[in-house]
Design a binder for this molecule. Structure first.
Ligand SMILES: Cc1ncc(COP(=O)(O)O)c(C=O)c1O
Length: 397
């Protein structure tokens, strides 16, 4: 017997909720759990720009031969441009870029690169963070530490504690910094706070790994990338894990990139050879379709403009429902300061209610959210907003 020693592993908290939601027969059920964008109908549509790009690709594609192990040239170049903006051209000679299997693939390869480069290095993620950071960094053999990030009682960043923790991190540690639309809190540092974070990174010689999974869904494509661009001006080395799952709606196509800045141009080839070696030993190379779509959209003025408009519509819908939820809750709880709901960005916020209450909401009201009370604002719509507000209001602290 080979497999009999294996123990069954409980489903990932969020994926388990997805299954429970699908199995719930209630017509009133509300899904605020999984982190995907939804429109008013509750659907996650294929963006129009993506559809148009796909038609071109299908019509023109002459082969299904392997792409290059480093990825599709046009995709890699245009993603690096999107991340670095006006700085991209100047940074190009120092930019290494690997096409990856989504943002997850980029985080995993980045962790392995760090592990190969730094002996006995330590890694840091925010407390709380997106749960899969532990699996992805831990999967590369890193021990994962946490820095304080969010004060759930006051719905504010723990910025002083965060800085203090990083000041005491061992030199040359890896620090994962979510850029914009923080998952699960929705709370992002402001520009001054980012400067202070980057100061500590410099002081302690830490290596920043920016997790850029929601570019364009917080404030704008440029504003959301601001911390990475600030860092690129200051530091000789950094890494960025890019996901196109959310901002292009390409979730299942698994298109992402690991962008890294090398200290000097001659190190780029070494860095990319290491990236290729790591993926070769895991899955050989990333799938082509999603990356071809992104390449096409970003390289075509008409498609790019259409995509920007659609991305803006997503962002505005999220903002609108942040305001509507706040108003509906405030009407029921005038005693509370709920400004944090509209100050936060992106799809996620933590309601700050107990795990028991989350469980009761699921059992009795068929409202699904993650156990830590993370809600996906994009799951709200005209039909469910009042039900959610009236079910949740009394539980808020
Ligand atoms: C913070 C964060 N980073 C990275 C990812 C990875 O995205 P994907 O691998 O689906 O592109 C996600 C997805 O939910 C995320 O929330």
């Amino acid at each position: 017997m080979f497999f009999s020693p294996l123990q069954s592993i409980p489903p990932d908290a969020i994926l388990g909720l997805m299954t429970a939601y699908q199995a719930d027969p209630s017509p009133r059920k509300v899904d605020l759990s999984v982190g995907i964008y939804r429109e008013e109908s509750g659907e996650t549509p294929v963006m129009q720009a993506v559809r148009e790009a796909e038609i071109h690709i299908i019509n023109e594609q002459a082969t299904k031969a392997y792409i290059s192990p480093i990825g599709i040239e046009g995709f890699r170049a245009s993603v690096a441009d999107l991340v670095f903006g006006d700085e991209a051209r100047a940074l190009r000679p120092r930019t290494a870029c690997l096409q990856t299997v989504g943002g997850c693939g980029a985080l995993r390869v980045a962790s392995s690169i760090y592990r190969r480069a730094v002996n006995n290095g330590a890694a840091y993620v925010s407390a709380p963070t997106w749960g899969n950071h532990f699996g992805l960094l831990g999967g590369a053999g890193l021990h994962v530490n946490e820095y304080p990030y969010y004060d759930l009682k006051r719905h504010l960043l723990h910025i002083d504690q965060m800085l203090d923790c990083l000041r005491h991190a061992p030199a040359r540690s890896l620090v994962v910094l979510q850029v914009g639309c923080h998952n699960p809190t929705g709370a992002d540092p402001n520009s001054t706070e980012w400067d202070a974070i980057l100061d500590v990174i410099e002081e302690r010689s830490l290596l920043p790994l920016f997790d850029l999974a929601y570019q364009g869904m917080g404030t704008s494509l440029d504003a959301d990338a601001m911390p990475v661009r600030k860092a690129a001006k200051r530091f000789s080395e950094l890494m960025v894990a890019v996901s196109t799952s959310k901002n292009f709606g390409l979730y299942r196509e698994r298109a992402g990139a690991l962008v890294a800045l090398a200290e000097i141009p001659s190190q780029v080839e070494t860095l990319e050879s290491q990236m290729k070696d790591i993926t070769r030993g895991m899955y050989s190379m990333a799938p082509a379709h999603g990356a071809l779509i992104v390449e096409r959209i970003l390289g075509d003025a008409h498609l790019r403009a259409e995509w920007c408009k659609e991305l803006e519509a997503m962002r505005l819908r999220i903002d609108r429902y942040r305001q509507r939820l706040k108003a509906a809750l405030q009407a029921r709880r005038p005693d509370l300061d709920l400004d944090w709901l509209t100050r936060q960005r992106g799809m996620f916020s933590l309601l700050g209610i107990g795990r028991d209450d989350v469980e009761t909401l699921r059992r009795e009201r068929h409202i699904y959210m993650v156990g830590d009370s993370r809600i996906n604002i994009a799951g709200l719509n005209d039909d469910n907003l009042e039900v959610v507000a009236s079910s949740v209001a009394a539980l808020l602290k």
